[in-house]
Write a protein that binds this ligand. Structure first.
Ligand code: FE2
Ligand code: FE2
Length: 325
């Protein structure tokens, strides 16, 4: 405890007790800087699909809801994050749905972004717009949009959910409401603000690969909300990225956090001093301010999907990107 020039430590303690009684605090009564540096909770880490998939396929033996099957998810757990989520700002959950299973209609304040991984027959209905999800399709469920989903196929389906849950939770605005019926009435065809089919995004990425390359990300395309011209949500941006064979990108740091899913091909990402070699289905996380660079040493293009908290950082004036020499 810092000792005041004219008062004793005991007198300062008594003064602090009076402050507490009045609902006040004097940060200068404790040693250390006013804004202490804090290392990020999110750690760089890789999850292999070959470890995840068998555990996921076993999960119905332990949880058999049929109705309410939205609970059967496995979340990527970053060992540094106390809430057991993939990163301090984002949740990544892998959903496993058996044939005939449904998640009754509901809505909640966090946004949920679904990227379809495996199987045919899955759908999500968002505000009356039924999106039939094929592998690689992206469905955006904005916070407070009614949604329900299910598996109408004859094999299990797997998708990943990205949620801005942690951001909404920090702002103490988590809410959840069930819809009066199990399913919504389906009306409109899905708008481009919520549905981005792989049949359109992947050819667009291949066209971009012919034309434009970025030193840090090689071929990077952001999913855009046509209604705003900006990121899919104010909190989260999604990207599809291609690394051409032989490419090694320049190392850089960003103040944002990124969660990646390797969609096709093989590559490696160096995060600070660790190199993660990834293949189809693997996931990895790049924490804020970590130096990172991607490479593709193979002979086929590698494709990555990522969700990043860039828009919320931009809105707060906190987004920075700098090359690492
Ligand atoms: Fe939901
Ligand atoms: Fe980056």
């Amino acid at each position: 405890m810092a000792v005041h020039a004219t008062r004793t430590a005991e007198e300062l303690e008594a003064y602090c007790a009076r402050l507490r009684g009045a609902g006040l605090d004097a940060p200068w009564s404790r040693p250390g800087p006013l804004i202490p540096p804090k290392p990020t909770a999110t750690q760089a880490r890789l999850w292999r699909w070959r470890d995840i998939e068998p555990l996921l396929r076993e999960s119905p033996d332990f949880l058999v809801p049929h109705r309410g099957a939205e609970r059967r998810v496995l979340r990527l757990h970053n060992p540094g994050v106390p809430e057991r989520t993939v990163a301090h700002s984002l949740v990544l959950a892998i959903q496993y749905l058996l044939p005939g299973e449904v998640a009754p209609a509901h809505r909640h304040s966090p946004t949920a972004i679904r990227f379809m991984l495996h199987g045919e027959g899955a759908y999500t209905t968002v505000d009356g717009q039924k999106c039939v999800m094929k592998p690689g399709d992206l469905v955006v469920t904005p916070g407070m949009a009614w949604h329900d989903h299910g598996n109408e196929g004859d094999e299990p389906v797997i998708w990943m959910d990205i949620l801005d849950w942690q951001i909404v939770r920090f702002l103490e605005n988590l809410t959840y409401e069930p819809y009066p019926d199990e399913r919504q009435t389906v009306g409109r065809t899905p708008g481009r603000d919520i549905f981005h089919p792989w049949s359109e995004t992947y050819p667009a990425l291949l066209r971009r690969a012919e034309q434009q390359h970025d030193p840090f990300d090689d071929v990077l395309m952001e999913y855009v909300n046509p209604a705003t011209g900006g990121s899919v949500r104010p909190t989260v941006a999604c990207y599809l990225q291609l690394l051409r064979p032989g490419v090694r990108t320049r190392a850089h740091r960003e103040t944002s956090c990124a969660v990646y899913r390797a969609v096709k091909g093989h590559g490696a990402t160096t995060v600070d001093n660790e190199t993660f070699e990834w293949g189809p289905g693997d996931f990895f996380v790049v924490p804020p301010r970590a130096a990172h660079a991607h490479s593709n040493a193979g002979s086929e293009p590698a494709v990555l999907f990522s969700a990043q908290d860039v828009p919320i950082l931009k809105a707060l004036g906190l987004y920075r990107m700098e090359p690492v020499a």
